[in-house]
Design a protein around this ligand. Sequence first.
Ligand SMILES: [Mg+2]
Length: 425
Amino acid sequence: MSKVILQIDGNNFYASCEQMIDPSIKGKGVIVLSNNDGCIIARSSEARKMGIPMGQPYFKLKDKLAQLNINVRSSNYELYGDISNRLMHLLRKNCEELEIYSIDEAFGSISRPPQKSLYQWGKDLRALVYQNIGIPISIGMGETKVLSKISNHLAKKIQKYSGIFDIGIIQNKDPYLKQIHINQVWGIGKRMSIWLKNRGITNALELKNMSSNQIKEKYGVVGLRIQYELKGTLCIPIKETQLDRKEISVSRSFSYPIDSLEELNKVIIKYVLMASNKLRKNNLLCSSITVFTNTNIYSNDFFKSEATEKINIPTSNSKIMIEKSLLLTNKIFKPYKKLIKAGVILHNIQSNKYIQKPLFNGLGIQKELHLERLDNVIDNINTRNGINTIGWGSSVIEEEWKTSKRKLSNIMTTNIENIATIYAI
Ligand SMILES: [Mg+2]
C-alpha cells in the first residue's frame, strides 16, 4: 500500500451553495457579489460559459446580467461557512487524514492498494458529497500535494475525467505536466513565476527538469521542495490540526462611512464576538488583540490606524476581549474621519488544553467559571436559533449601516426560521 495525497475542492463553491439552497436557480447562470455588492467573486459554470468575467464591478455589468437572465446574489458567508463545515466533516470521515486548506479546499490522504486506480473510490466520494450536501467537487490525486493539485486542475480542465483525476498511477507524467502553466503550480507565487519565465521555464514539466542548484540558490529549500514534489517525493506533509493557525481575523467594509466613536465601538464589539466565537469553536485561546480601521484609500485625507493590547492570561472569553478592544478603539479613533472599514485580529493563538495560570491576579475560579458558562449559553442559543439571536447590549447595530447586501438569498441553513416548510397532503 502506498499513500496517495488527495486535493478536494468545491466547484464554484459560493455559486454552488446558492444553487444548492435555491433549486429554482440550479442549472442557470448565477453570480455572487463581494461585500457591499461590489464585484463579482463567484460564477456558476453556466454564467462562466456565458462569458461573465470574474472580479468585475457589478454596476458595470448590471444590464448585461439582466439581459442574459443571470441570477445575482450578495455573498452569504454564514451559509458558505456552514456548508463548508458539513463538507469537511464528511470528507474527514472518508479520508485517512484531512487538512482543511480553505473554505472550499482540503488536502487528504488515503492508502492505495498496489497498482490500483482510485478512480472508482473518487467517483463514490463525489456521489456521496453530492447526495449529502448538494455540492459538486473535484478530486485530484497524486504522490504529493503539488501533484494532487495538478491532478485537480486536469480533473476540471478535461471533461471526460468528470471531476476526478489520478496522476499517481501514471508512469510517464511528462505529457500532463507539460499542460500545466507555471502560474498554476501550487506554491509558485507571482514573483517566482516571473523569475522562472525569465529563465525560459513556462510549465510544470520544465520546472521539474530545471537545475535544482539554480532554484536552491534563489529560493532555498522552499523552492527545492516544490521541484521535489513535482518529481513525486513527498516533502510537504498533511497538517491535520488547525492549531498552527497563527491568527483569527474578522473585518468588514461598511455600507456607508461612520465617524463616531460610539459607532466604531459597536462594530468592533460585533467583530470581537464573531472572532471569540471562532476561538471557542476550535478550542483555542488568544493572548493579544489588535483592532484597526481606515478611511477610503482613494480619499484625499486617507487615514488608517491600529492598536494592539496584550491579554495576560490566554482567553477565549467574550467579556474580557470586549473590555480590551474598547480600550483599543479609544486609541485608534480620530474625530471627523469617515471610516469605511474596521476589523479585529486575535494573535498568539494556542490550544485551550494546556493553560498556564498566574498564581496571583487571576479572576478567581468562580468568576472564570461564570464567564465561561455565559459564553456557552450564548453560543448554544445562537447555534440553535441563528447567529444574532442573542448578543451583548453594546453590539446592537442599527440595520441601516450593516454591510449592504441587497441581493441576499435570505435562505440559511443556520437559522431555524429559514428552514423550508413542506406540506404533506
Ligand atoms: Mg473551488
